[in-house]
Design a protein around this ligand. Structure first.
Ligand SMILES: Cc1cc2nc3c(=O)[nH]c(=O)nc-3n(C[C@H](O)[C@H](O)[C@H](O)COP(=O)(O)OP(=O)(O)OC[C@H]3O[C@@H](n4cnc5c(N)ncnc54)[C@H](O)[C@@H]3O)c2cc1C
Ligand SMILES: *[C@@H]1O[C@H](CO)[C@@H](O)[C@H](O)[C@H]1NC(C)=O
Ligand SMILES: *[C@@H]1O[C@H](CO)[C@@H](O)[C@H](O)[C@H]1NC(C)=O
Length: 399
């Protein structure tokens, strides 16, 4: 399928169809949608497995945060026996089966180091350590979470204990009996605090900012599903008020535990800033019971712990950074305009974020999870298939 040529040291590979970078859910969904329309594609993946974020960088107790029907990839649903919130292993087995079903075989161990458009040839040149790939269409599916983010805290190098990012956290067994500081209170930070607590560790969680914490279910329905449904009928602000009322009714006043809510409601905040509300899976009950502590921002580290901004000093054995991830696109994509150099996301807001110039596309950068990725994948595949079929027709009449 590929024309190959040795060029000095780099092997040159001509890819007839689109080239996809990243074999996570976004890349797989795109390859499947293209395949269904008769367009061959090639995926490059830096790791040696599919969905490396889920397989290599996530904790043992991770489940999908949203109910399964909002997390299915296009063209092939989850097996009916999957629970409402599939476990990481189940989700991974689904992705393996998905790739197999659509005969998707990524090239593993190929980390893209640079990608640049050549306007005279009208091709993208994509370099990995060993090869140079030449293609007409380039689809960026490297994810919103491709690099762990570890902010520099004052004097963190003085700290003698262990510091690790959530991407390296598996379970609480090695932390039993320890005092742990979890920095960051998104879904991962909250869930890992709970995991630590359940494993017999004493966890404190740093809550720097305001946040929305919502029950995962309201009236027996998933909060996410219920919100989506209500938004079809009611204005956003009304739905937000309803969600806040239900949260107050179910969870009580979270302010009392140091968890202050933002001025703006949860859906409006998500829509305007992309900040995801925390869906509570039991952490709040532990906070209420005093088994997980809420602590303020860190002022600086000491040899044995931290000083907080309220000047209290406390010792900790280990620190877990639940400080999130970022996109790595600016580090390798040589292009102006489509992707922001600042945050590595497409500049155009949803729903216009999937299409750039010169055959450049993005899938999975909408801050809308797997559902957003599936929508992107379908749009990208549809458009490329149209171009592909036109070219094939020309080719046939020309020959
Ligand atoms: C803990 C956690 C829980 C989540 N839970 C949910 C959930 O329940 N529901 C939901 O909808 N979303 C959830 N998400 C959001 C998450 O972003 C998606 O689930 C999904 O993994 C995104 O898929 P993706 O393919 O866009 O990115 P990824 O899964 O990150 O895949 C990108 C792939 O690209 C590869 N790559 C990166 N850079 C390069 C390069 N330069 N060259 C080659 N390959 C490269 C990576 O190795 C990776 O395999 C969760 C995220 C996290 C961190
Ligand atoms: C915890 O993680 C370690 C690897 O870090 C693993 O060997 C062990 O089996 C896990 N424990 C449990 C209870 O799952
Ligand atoms: C989100 O905000 C945009 C404008 O920024 C608006 O057009 C859109 O309707 C909002 N989404 C919802 C669900 O209200």
């Amino acid at each position: 399928m590929f024309l190959e040529r040795m060029n000095s040291k780099l092997k040159r590979v001509l890819v007839p169809g689109p080239l996809i970078i990243g074999a996570g859910p976004s890349g797989l969904a795109t390859a499947a949608c293209l395949k269904e329309k008769g367009v061959p594609s090639l995926i490059l993946e830096r790791e040696n497995c599919l969905a490396s974020l889920w397989k290599l960088k996530s904790y043992d107790r991770l489940r999908l945060h949203l109910p399964k029907r909002f997390c299915e990839l296009p063209l092939m649903g989850f097996p009916p026996e999957f629970p409402t919130y599939p476990m990481k292993e189940e989700f991974l087995s689904y992705l393996e089966a998905y790739a197999k079903h659509f005969s998707i075989e990524p090239l593993f161990g190929e980390e893209v180091k640079s990608a640049e458009y050549d306007p005279t040839m009208e091709f993208w040149l994509v370099k990995t350590g060993s090869s140079e790939f030449v293609c007409r269409w380039l689809i960026v599916a490297t994810g919103e979470n491709s690099e762990p983010m570890s902010p520099e805290f004052p004097q963190i190098s003085d700290f003698k204990g262990r510091v690790l990012h959530t991407s390296l956290y598996k379970n609480g067994t090695t932390f039993k009996g320890q005092k742990i500081l979890v920095v960051g209170c998104g879904n991962s930070g909250m869930e890992i605090s709970l995991d630590l607590c359940n494993s017999g560790a004493q966890a404190s969680v740093v809550v720097r900012d305001t946040l929305h914490i919502l029950p995962r279910e309201i009236l027996g329905r998933s909060t996410f599903g219920l919100s989506m449904w209500l938004l079809k009928w009611f204005p956003l602000r009304l739905v937000d008020r309803f969600l806040l009322f239900c949260s107050w009714f179910i969870l009580g006043n979270t302010h009392r535990f140091g968890l202050r809510r933002p001025q703006i409601g949860p859906i409006e905040l998500k829509n305007t800033t992309g900040k995801t509300p925390v869906l509570d899976v039991g952490t709040l009950a532990k906070i209420k019971a005093g088994q997980i502590m809420v602590v303020p921002s860190i002022k600086r580290f000491t040899e044995t712990g931290v000083e907080f901004i309220d000047e209290k000093i406390e010792d900790f054995d280990s620190v877990i950074l639940a400080t999130g991830y970022r996109s790595n696109v600016p580090s390798w994509l040589k292009e102006e305009g489509f992707f922001s150099k600042k945050d590595g996301y497409p500049v155009a807001p949803f729903p216009h974020s999937w299409k750039g110039e010169n055959g450049l596309y993005s899938v999975g950068f909408t801050k809308r999870g797997l559902l957003g990725a599936s929508l992107d994948a379908q749009k990208v595949a549809k458009e490329i298939a149209t171009q592909w079929n036109l070219e094939m027709k020309h080719l046939q009449t020309d020959l």
